[in-house]
Design a protein around this ligand. Sequence first.
Ligand code: F3S
Length: 299
Amino acid sequence: MAEIIRAEHSGFCFGVRQAIEKTEEQIHLNEKLEKKRQIYTCGPLIHNRFVTDDLKARGVGIIESPEEAEPGDIVIVRSHGETKAFFDESKRRKLTVVNATCPFVEKIHQLVHGAWQEGKNIVIVGDKHHPEVIGINGWCAGQGIIVGSREEAEAVTCEKVFLVCQTTIQKKLLDDIVAVFEEKHILTEIYNTICNATKERQESCKNLAEKVDAMVIIGGKNSSNTGKLYEISKKKCKNSFFIENIRDLPLKQLRKCNRIGVAAGASTPECVIKEVIANMSEMITNEKISMEDFMDEID
Ligand code: F3S
């Protein structure tokens, strides 16, 4: 029977858990009201379909901006955070804002806002399309220089910068950017705002990937932190598989392996991880069982 080993750090991080708890609390409070209020999250609460489908079924809508909500509606800010303009507009429209921004992201907003008010040039190391980065940039009036690669760092022309990072980037990217700035003699005030939860998940995934025959990475396909775990795993273990849930398990390949590692992104619910771990062993041991048969059995 194959040995299944779970990465020491995997699954919901503190910020995501907090955002889900705050949302659950609003749903419960709303249930007690005679006149129900509309609850929205601004963007999907987390990058996991399992969670977002459940919230949708319970009446929680998704909006892209405060303009889509009516006065009195409840708008939950997810752990990625939002721009300053978002909070200002929500206040103007008399929305009830439930701020579930992760405290670590909120700290970046404060750093960036303070430095911006002092007239500093803000550099944000990260992915310019990621909502967290868009939110951070919104605390320096959208004027931050977003740097996602060595090439983009080469293009920076300021003499002095104030640098923060998207919480989920790999430390190597920060080191590369700082090295380029040093070569260019750019005076850099560095705030390493990479989150420990990310580091821990990435390191335990890497350590485990070195010791096993195959790695199963569980998480939403649109979750960037899970995608990064997959990239890290793939470098150490060529048999790495990115799955959303038990239905995606590559049984044929896993049946050839003796030791299988499991890691999960910070937005992957515990119940999904447990379902995969609890059933994988039986599925890969029983050569005759097909995924369809298995799903019939547990449905
Ligand atoms: Fe917060 Fe770190 Fe999670 S920044 S949302 S605890 S990955």
